[in-house]
Write a protein that binds this ligand. Structure first.
Ligand code: ADP
Ligand code: MG
Length: 242
């Protein structure tokens, strides 16, 4: 079946996120690196997907393109059936803020302010009234097991707790998609397992689409589907659950 923009457009899309021939080439003076080559992906609403592959295989490049943080050299990213390739920078910023939550290995929290304020921030950007966003932030901190830690500074928490704060923050605008780049890379195996269990619950109970890059195959086995990248291409896929 060939790619048709018209049939994919609109909220009727079956897929939370799709890519069409997604390609990224990094160019410097003398070298070209084909970081991603013709990647075609369709990821359903509520699906929990792991992306695995050796270092340098293009995992972070793929995640950055899925999160419309970076522009492809060629190809398309469709979010809820809508092609992002012709969007303006302000439209892309709006999509990122409203549809996508990001989680990083290094947590990327603001350490001089409180846990509650960190979780609130994307809702501040969106213009959600204070009372409403504080209520949502407190609910999410309870959901992620951080009841009683609202007023702590992030650096006074354990690594696992800091990553839970980042997950609550990623959820504050009720995104369709969570993108996580090696979220358990700095955590011990028990805490890593707990973070994956939380991500699994989000995909099941809130129907959030979760796409997670990991080196850990044991954790990847907790997802619905594993996508193996090598040299910028999808080398294999394994469906674990439907
Ligand atoms: N900003 C960049 N400029 C040039 N090359 C890059 C850049 N980012 C990544 N690369 C290269 O693209 C390839 C894929 O990198 P990356 O997506 O970070 O892989 P992974 O996350 O799987 O380790 C690697 O060869 C890397 O060196
Ligand atoms: Mg990476």
């Amino acid at each position: 079946m060939s790619f048709s923009l018209t049939t994919s457009l609109g909220l009727n899309s079956k897929y939370a996120i799709e890519t069409v021939n997604l390609t990224k080439v990094y160019r410097s003076d003398s070298v070209e690196v084909y970081a991603l080559v013709d990647v075609n992906l369709k990821i359903r609403y509520g699906e929990f997907v792991a992306i695995v592959g050796p270092s340098g295989s293009g995992k972070s490049t793929l995640l950055n393109l899925l999160g419309v943080l970076d522009k492809p050299t060629k190809g398309h990213v469709l979010i809820e059936g809508i092609d992002t390739s012709t969007m303006s920078p302000s439209q892309l910023a709006k999509i990122r803020n409203e549809k996508i939550g990001f989680i990083f290995q290094a947590y990327n929290l603001i350490n001089r302010t409180t846990v509650l304020r960190n979780v609130e921030l994307p809702a501040v950007v969106r213009g959600v009234p204070k009372k409403e966003r504080v209520k949502r932030a407190m609910e999410l901190l309870r959901l992620t097991g951080l009841d009683g830690k609202f007023n702590r500074k992030p650096l006074t928490l354990s690594g696992g707790e800091q990553q839970r704060v980042a997950i609550a923050r990623a959820l504050i605008n009720n995104p369709t998609i969570i993108l996580a780049d090696e979220p358990t890379g700095n955590l011990d195996s028990k805490t890593g397992y707990e973070i994956f269990s939380l991500l699994r619950r989000l995909s099941e109970e809130r129907k959030t689409t979760v796409i997670v890059v990991t080196h850990n195959l044991e954790l990847a086995n907790l997802t619905d589907r594993i996508i193996y990248l090598r040299d910028g291409r999808i080398e294999a896929e394994r469906i674990l659950r439907r």
